[in-house]
Design a protein around this ligand. Sequence first.
Ligand SMILES: CC(C)(COP(=O)(O)OP(=O)(O)OC[C@H]1O[C@@H](n2cnc3c(N)ncnc32)[C@H](O)[C@@H]1OP(=O)(O)O)[C@@H](O)C(=O)NCCC(=O)NCCS
Length: 207
Amino acid sequence: MGHVDSDSSLSASVKPRGVLGALRIVCERNGHCRLQDGTQVCFRLIEPEDVAACAAMLVACTPKSLYSRYERVVSEPLDELAGRLCCPDLQTELTVVAEVSVNGTSSLIGVAQLLTDPSHEAAEYAVLVSDPWQSKGLGSAFTDCCLRLAHAWGVGRVVAEFLPGNMRIIRILEKRAFDLYRDMQEHAVSGQKRIADEDADRPVGAA
Ligand SMILES: CC(C)(COP(=O)(O)OP(=O)(O)OC[C@H]1O[C@@H](n2cnc3c(N)ncnc32)[C@H](O)[C@@H]1OP(=O)(O)O)[C@@H](O)C(=O)NCCC(=O)NCCS
């Protein structure tokens, strides 16, 4: 599974830890960015211990942002949603969180997921940046990080579906050469991108 062995420097150090360990290293190696307001952000794979921090992040999201992410009204308790996010099926789900440290206290400010089929032919990409942190470059940097992870995981295509008025995600995906299709009947836009070697080299946070 995956391309993680194609980087010889990586494979030498990670083979014993398996694919998840390799992906964790890809994430750590590429998982830093500086937001437009100067905040330093770290990306890492989600952990079961993140439930409380993840729930706090979801609480900071408006219903509109949650609706944009899930394409439905989120009515379940947010700690239940956080609990599910923090226990991904590691065969088919990669969940990445963005973490900041403000005055010595760490908090989560966003979560992105790649949800794939067992063959890894395609993975669905979805991302949520909590409202206080939107429009600072985080969604763009998340997407670069996840495209690198998709490459390392051996995913052939990344697909995304979102509401037609979502200009920020449209901008992010267009700039990263996704093909976008508008489905007027479904009131949704979908995008897809074939994952190529250049996605492994994309600097995280590059415009
Ligand atoms: C969509 C989302 C992930 C984008 O992340 P973000 O951190 O807010 O976006 P960025 O700051 O990286 O900006 C992305 C692009 O949108 C532009 N942008 C920022 N704010 C904007 C606004 N209010 N209107 C239009 N464009 C905007 C930015 O300039 C940037 O384009 P550029 O690279 O050409 O400068 C985030 O807003 C979010 O989580 N929304 C709710 C959930 C959602 O919609 N998820 C996507 C569907 S799965």
